[in-house]
Design a protein around this ligand. Sequence first.
Ligand code: FCB
Length: 458
Amino acid sequence: MRVAAPPPGLPAFPKRFAWGAATSAYQVEGSPLADGAGPSNWHRFTHSPGRVLTGETGDVACDHYRRWRDDVALMRELGLTAYRFSVSWSRVLPEGTGRVNPKGLDFYRRLVDGLREAGIAPFVTLFHWDLPAALDDRGGWLNRDIAGWFADYAEVMFRALDDRVAWWATLNEPWVVADGGYLHGTLAPGHASAFEAPIASHNLLRAHAAALQAYRAAGRHEIGLVVNLEPKAAASSAPADLAAAARSDAYMNRQFLDPVFLGGYPDELAEVFGEAWPSFPAADLAAIRQRIDFLGVNYYTRGVMQPDPAAWPLLAGKVTSPDSVYTEMDWEVYPQGLFDALAWVTERYGEVPIYITENGAAFADRAAADGTVSDPLRTAYLRDHLLAANAAVRSGVDLRGYFVWSLLDNLEWNQGTSKRFGIVRVDFATQRRTPKASARFYAEVIRTGGAALAAPAG
Ligand code: FCB
């Protein structure tokens, strides 16, 4: 299907559009070892000196494990109709396999029930980067057995909650797990190996497929995969720039979606990884190519690429522009890229229901004495990206929902709390939550079904 620019018109979203916010377990819950939970690889990683910029851990984070009722009340106050969160695998299965910890499961049961009572649909992600430490000890994503471990864990969750959860996602951003966790070592488990990264990626896909298969047997609703997409442009039309953009696109955008939708890895990956690129069994690829009920797209920025000999092994790096705004993550603000990513998915892989499962920005917020935050840059970011999402809807993309990242300021992985993405401020000394101006803006967009996007910025 070709996706053309939309006709001029006012923002209007489908009737049952999901208006949500997203978080993940390790970033918000705290209490990582409470009530019989086992440690995760992220618990280990943050407790290793030098791994987190600020030296912080997820021991407390947003204390959501204990304050979830207040957080659900806050979501309700903002008018959210959906909440995307992840399950901590090691809360439910402290050793990663085998014995179920009923108290861990109960936490998610209570949360799901609380959300439903508040009229908020739960969207559950099974793996958002925190792996049981016991499984890391057995090789983690490098061990082929992990596909079975993951499917067994997924089945525990389906049996416990599929009667009240209608949207499941297997993995969040497998690219980041392989790239940050196994290629560069900046994220848990902190390995840096070109030989390991393709194996981790492949096993992530095998695990996704195994969980999908388990769901087809045990589940009654919808299940999908969440990927991060970053459209890649070439810095110029020079062949070297075009090739750098193509390698980057293959590595970041097509590495996971081509196998899922088309049954094979992009050719460029063998070139990027050289002798470290294994040949994968055809039967694996056949199993990975399975229908998903929806695709979750996380979108933050684009990449304008050129060759960079220092950027191993991709040999491509981003160029920046003095005309663009960059967030605290140094990510270019580029709303058109969201439209482009959604159109690209629809054109390359065919029509598939899509949720924007993450979109948002870290800016250096300054809170007034009463905790309030005026965050015009974040508000503008949300407005412009929601308009881009709406343009995609009006161009015929089957977009079903939008989740802002994030509900709360939280533990931004190896950046600690130094990067604030929340539409709600969290004072980490007191755990006080205060909706920022961007939260009020988003609430108004929701209340008006998108019409508030048409009002002049201010
Ligand atoms: C995404 C992650 C999410 C958060 C945002 C900023 O890559 O899925 O947990 O860290 O980036």
